[in-house]
Design a protein around this ligand. Structure first.
Ligand code: ADP
Ligand code: MG
Ligand code: MG
Length: 211
């Protein structure tokens, strides 16, 4: 379908949590190379808290749902990624219409606002070896695909492909933001863990809209 219902948004978040759990050891391994080896556990804790919140009965509007997700992530994750993912969902919610679904263009605008929120909060640009390297090209690909007349299903698939490419682009980079930047040149040669979890987030969206 060409819009995302409340049910679909919740499926997206459930799938994100499931995929994070499946890939937690890898995320922590990535963070052990250039950080403090907690990204997998941070994200498992955060997405687990989100699932618990949803199972507790998330009703209301898209705005309210996304705001609750953001607040849950901020308060449960800790670490840099908690406030950044939290900001992502809070800004997505703040920039969603107060209805019970998002059409393609509303989804694109909300995701764009989420990414802009991450950039405003963390001051990372593309190329700084952070989650922005996966998120920014994903939202750009979504925008361009929709502008080219593609269906939502194909547009989110393009976004997921761009996120994966963006994730992989972080490997040779020297980190300029976050804990990995303390390593300087030694941060090169490893995929950024936050870019990896962000690619999972976009892939989960593509898998949901594919249904
Ligand atoms: P911490 O570094 O506090 O242990 P995590 O390990 O959970 O937190 O998350 C690390 C990830 O957070 C990094 O891989 C990077 O993608 C992201 N990150 C850190 N600082 C920033 C920033 N300023 N802007 C965007 N993303 C950032
Ligand atoms: Mg860490
Ligand atoms: Mg940490």
């Amino acid at each position: 379908s060409d819009s995302l219902t409340m049910d679909a948004i919740q499926q997206w978040l459930h799938r994100f949590a499931l995929e994070i759990t499946t890939q937690a050891d890898w995320l922590t391994e990535l963070d052990s190379a250039i950080g403090d080896a907690d990204h997998g556990t941070n994200m498992v804790r955060g997405t687990g808290a989100v699932v618990a919140k949803l199972n507790g009965g998330a009703t209301g509007t898209v705005q309210e749902l996304l705001k609750a997700v953001g607040m849950t992530l901020v308060s449960s994750v800790g670490g840099a990624s908690g406030s950044l993912y939290g900001t992502f969902f809070l800004e997505m919610g703040r920039n969603s219409p107060s209805g019970e679904q998002l059409n393609a263009s509303e989804l694109e605008k909300a995701l764009r606002a989420g990414v802009d929120g991450v950039v405003a909060r963390g001051h990372a640009a593309v190329g700084d070896k952070t989650m922005v390297d996966a998120l920014e090209p994903a939202v750009t690909a979504l925008y361009q695909s929709l502008a080219n007349g593609l269906r939502l299903h194909d547009s989110v698939a393009a976004a997921a492909a761009a996120a994966t490419t963006g994730r992989d682009s972080t490997e040779p980079l020297v980190a300029r933001k976050g804990r990995a930047s303390y390593l300087g040149e030694r941060s090169a040669g490893h995929i950024d863990p936050g870019a990896a979890s962000s690619a999972i987030l976009v892939a989960a969206l593509a898998a949901t809209v594919g249904e």
